[in-house]
Design a protein. Structure first.
Length: 329
């Protein structure tokens, strides 16, 4: 069976070395990410070997870091373009095995929209991945309209991936716990905070009416829906049209038409069942979250799904092939 995974990360040291001295002093790359740097930098070595061993047909690659947002609006577009050029070069000889989401300079939204168009038309990239907030701002901010409009026009999705919470949020919610001082990263990021913040991000887009302004826009989120399936019925009541938001449709109608989720790093059956019961089989796609999760974990999960073969195939590749307009080699 063909298997396509959508949230698979890369980060290239040669790009980090291009950042001006002192730029990285304002960011906190996680210890886990630092440990994973050799795997993040690799594409056609251990990564491809692991894909072959586990039976993964294609990975959709995305840049793991947000270094581009540390640059000014003049430098950021050139840096993002160079990153995308390098990524395209590294996967060029493997068109059936790799494709990518664009890395965008979100601090310069007009340039980000242009870069999305360039990478889609020049390299066949399948959309963009945006990692969390941009300098504390969500995508519903009017300044990001060029990016949303361009994605809708091109017919490509935007994947909203968690990013580091803003420092005031880290200080208020995720620091100085009990007798310990400083932030506790597991609560702030992968253990909870990432997921709730991404859910809030999507709900803000709903309430701001963004999905209605761009009715053909497709948004992808990972981690089995970032808690939204569990809150499905309650949130649908809370954000019903006329309850104070600008949304013209219910959460359920909007999300089933425009929101897609991936499994990335969630490899147990109960969360999948909740997602099936809420957003539905046609909106769920397989992701591993490589290298932070192993390909073997993702494939074992896929093989244990108790659904008819044609529905498993939708999760494994069919929904991704349709949304990203992929062609099996």
């Amino acid at each position: 069976m063909r298997i396509v995974t959508l949230e698979e990360h890369v980060s290239f040291p040669e790009m980090t070395h291009l950042l001006p001295a002192g730029t990285l002093s304002n960011t906190r790359p996680s210890a886990v990410a630092m440990q994973m740097m050799p795997k993040l930098a690799d594409i056609t070595g251990e990564r491809l070997d692991s894909m072959n061993e586990s039976g993964i047909s294609m990975q959709v690659l995305s840049v793991e870091n947000t270094d581009v947002n540390l640059l000014d609006t003049t430098s950021a577009p050139a840096f993002a373009s160079k990153y995308n050029d390098l990524l395209a070069e590294k996967i060029n000889n493997y068109p059936g095995r790799f494709t990518a989401f664009a890395h965008l300079p979100m601090t310069a939204p007009a340039a980000a929209a242009d870069e999305l168009e360039r990478t889609v038309k020049s390299y066949g990239f399948r959309g963009a991945m945006i990692r969390g907030l941009t300098n504390g701002e969500f995508l519903d901010a009017p300044k990001f309209a060029p990016v949303l409009a361009k994605a809708e026009k091109l017919g490509v999705p935007i994947y909203i991936h968690p990013g580091l919470p803003p420092k005031p949020v880290i200080d208020a919610y995720y620091s100085n716990i009990g007798h310990d001082t400083g932030p506790f990263d597991a609560i702030a990021c992968w253990g909870w905070g990432w997921h709730s913040e991404t859910a809030i991000h999507v709900l803000r887009l709903l309430v701001a009416g963004i999905f209605d302004v761009y009715p053909e826009l497709k948004i992808i989120i990972g981690h089995m829906g970032e808690m939204l399936p569990m809150m499905w019925a309650r949130s649908n009541r809370s954000f019903h049209p006329g309850n104070g938001g600008r949304n013209q449709r219910t959460l359920i109608d909007t999300f089933r038409q425009q929101l897609f989720i991936t499994t990335s790093g969630f490899f147990t059956q109960p969360p999948l069942q909740i997602a099936l019961d809420t957003i539905g089989i046609d909106n769920i796609m397989l992701s591993v979250d490589y290298p932070f999760s192993t390909n073997q974990m993702g494939i074992e999960f896929l093989n244990n799904i108790q659904l008819p073969a044609e529905q498993v195939a939708k999760i494994a590749h069919g929904n991704a092939d349709k949304l990203l307009r992929l062609q099996a080699s």
